[in-house]
Structures are given as C-alpha cells and as structure tokens.
Design a protein around this ligand. Structure first.
Ligand code: PMV
Length: 363
C-alpha cells in the first residue's frame, strides 16, 4: 500500500479557515514484542499488543493558513502548556517526513497542544499514544479538507501507517482491544506497513482483561527505543530472536482464540524476559530491570503457584511491571497487589488499567 500523494493531490486550491482537530489516543502494551527494525520503521518481526484504556495522550492540532508558501515545516508544540524544544524538533522532522503523504502541510501553520493522562515520569511508553494521536489528527484534517477518508476502515489503516512513521508501536494504538503489526501468515491482512485490529479474535476469557502497571521507578528510561532497536543490528542472537518471536506469536494467537490463559501467561513472560535478556547481552548492554522488578516477578510466580490464578507479568523497555489478569480474578489479585507488591513500588504508585476501546475524537 502506498499512501504517498500523487502530483497535485491534497493541495489546497483555496484559502482555508483557521480550525482544529483533536484526538485522545491510548498507549498499548506489547505481548509479543517489536524489537529490531529496518528501512523506514519496518519491523524485523510481527508484534501483538493490548490497547490500554486509562493511559492516553490528548492532542489538539490547530491549523491556520500560511501567508507564504514554503517547504519548511511551520509548527509550535506545547506539552501541558509548556514548550518542549526537543520534542518540537522531533515533530518538525516527523511533519517533514509525512509532507509526501499530506502535501497541504506546506500550506499551513500548526500549533500542537498535548497532554498525557499518566505522569511523564511513569516510564509508560508515551510515544505510542503521542504519535497515534497526532496521526489521527492529521488524517482527520485530510478528511476535513478533502473528504477522502470517510470510510472508517480506510481512515484507520492510513492513521496506523502514519503513526508507524513516528513510532512503530504507535501503529498498534489505533485499534480497540488488541492489534497486530507485522507480516505473518497467521492473520489475514497482516502487514509491515500498518497494524490491523485483532480484538475480534479474543476469546471471552480475555474480555475486559486487566493490566495494573506497578511503578518500580519513575526515572526516565536509560535507553531510547530507537537506540534499543539499533542494538539488534549485528546482535549475536538476532536471527534466533526473530524466529522465536514468530513462534511465540503463533502460540499467542492460538491462546487468545481458544481462551488458553495458561499458555498466554507462558508466552507473555517469556517475551518480556527475552526482551530484557537481549538488552543485557547487546553491545553496549543495558540492565533495565531493578532489584524491585525481580522481587515483584518472584512474588507473582509464588502467588500464581499457590492461588492457581493465572496472573502474568510483562515489561516494556524499563523496570516497571505490567500485571495482566482476568476481570473475574480482580478482587483477589488486587488485594495481592495491595498487600504484597505495592511496597516495592516507588511511592507505592501504580496505574490501574485494562483493555480499552481505542482512540476517540474529542472536541
Ligand atoms: O515504538 P518504539 O520504537 O518506541 O518501540 C517499542 C518497543 C517496545 O515497547 C519495547 C516493544 C513494543 O512492541 O512495544
């Protein structure tokens, strides 16, 4: 699929009014991880994530006509009302990249305002929610100006593609409940270019699945994900990892379809530990788990053995633990968290989250 505009397409022929579009878009937690990329943000292996509900970004894109035509992107960015020069620069690069898809970018000035529902320091991957919100805004703007994205399936596919160009994992945040990104023969329509929704495949065991994020540390990640993906180039275990990710995806899809929660737990934990193991033996290496991450992991395993409740942990590229469990088990799991795990979290902090319905357009 090529989303680049052909000559003369999406160019404004008359002056537009000042206006705005805004979206709330969630973060997501990968179960099979995307780690390693090539080309223009293309994944080395397919990944699958749950879309979250409470952890989201809200982004408003205000636009106005520019007095003079210029091929230099014109934008300002405020996060929580404050300027963030580093991110503004990243956005300038991103808008420059997507000018081929949305040529009207050259004719407009943008003021971008964004906020997150979660603390910036919580270690939650904000790039997934931030870039998905922004991509949705750009697609809404295209549709407002040219009425080209009236079909919701087409709209979301393009938004996922555009989000991917900002941050790979953002491609998955566009869809409710669960999304798959990357080519695989397991699910029809899967693509490296954009994610596809797979919420429909979830067995009822996974409906309303809960995800508590235990904040072991609120410090910033010590490795950016782009540096992290780079570590996979020439990594001694890279080829095996990509094969294993493909196999894990097959088992995960099977368990999600059949409601095999035990299998689900095995795959989630293996994927999380493998991600961290890869980082520990790359050059340079990173140890992103902290002593309290390991303590929590140990306690989760003991709790699962004793209670027979299939709770699973997973991690992003950081020390915080995502606890995944069934809605019907929540009373017991939440009291376990309260009594046994919170003491290992920074300031006893956690975020109560779970499967979400995906992005929504806001006023
Ligand atoms: O989308 P990126 O480039 O921030 O990479 C995300 C990498 C992980 O969060 C570690 C895994 C994933 O699939 O989300």
């Amino acid at each position: 699929m090529n989303f680049e505009a052909s000559a003369g397409e999406f160019v404004l022929s008359s002056k537009v009014e000042t206006g705005k579009v805004a979206w709330r878009s969630p973060s997501n937690i990968a179960l099979v991880k995307y780690w390693g990329k090539h080309g223009d943000q293309l994944p080395r292996n397919p990944s699958l994530s749950f879309t979250l509900s409470q952890s989201y970004s809200e982004t408003t894109l205000l636009f106005k006509p520019r007095e003079e035509f210029s091929t230099t992107v014109s934008l300002s960015f405020l996060f929580d009302g404050e300027s963030k020069p580093d991110f503004e620069k990243r956005l300038q690069g991103y808008f420059d990249k997507v000018r081929q898809i949305f040529p009207f970018i050259d004719q407009l000035h943008f003021d971008i305002r964004s906020r997150n529902s979660f603390p910036h320091s919580s270690g939650i991957a904000s790039s997934a929610s931030a870039f998905s919100a922004l991509a949705l805004c750009l697609c809404s703007l295209e549709d407002a100006l040219f009425e080209t994205l009236q079909d919701d399936v087409v709209f979301r596919q393009k938004a996922s593609y555009v989000a991917r160009l900002g941050s790979g994992s953002a491609s998955r945040s566009i869809f409710a409940h669960a999304a798959l990104w990357g080519e695989t023969g397991l699910v029809e329509g899967a693509s490296d270019e954009y994610a596809i929704p797979v919420g429909d495949m979830l067995h009822s065991e996974f409906h309303q699945y809960c995800n508590t994020i235990l904040l072991v540390s609120e410090e910033q990640k010590s490795v950016s994900s782009s540096a992290g993906h780079q570590l996979m180039e020439g990594h001694p275990f890279a080829e095996n990892r990509y094969l294993q990710a493909g196999r894990n995806l097959m088992y995960l899809v099977e368990s999600l379809r059949t409601g095999d929660v035990e299998r689900f737990v095995q795959i989630c934990e293996q994927e999380a530990l493998q991600l961290h193991a890869l980082m520990m033996c790359s050059q340079p290496y990173y140890i992103l788990m902290q002593p309290n991450s390991l303590r929590i992991i140990q306690l989760i395993r003991e709790f699962r053995l004793e209670s027979k409740i299939p709770v699973a942990f997973t991690l992003d590229a950081g020390p915080n633990i995502h606890l995944l469990y069934r809605y019907n088990d929540r009373t017991k799991v939440e009291s376990f968290i309260e009594n046994n795990l919170l003491q290992y979290c920074t300031r006893s902090s956690m975020i109560q989250d779970g499967l979400g319905k995906g992005p929504i357009q806001i006023e």
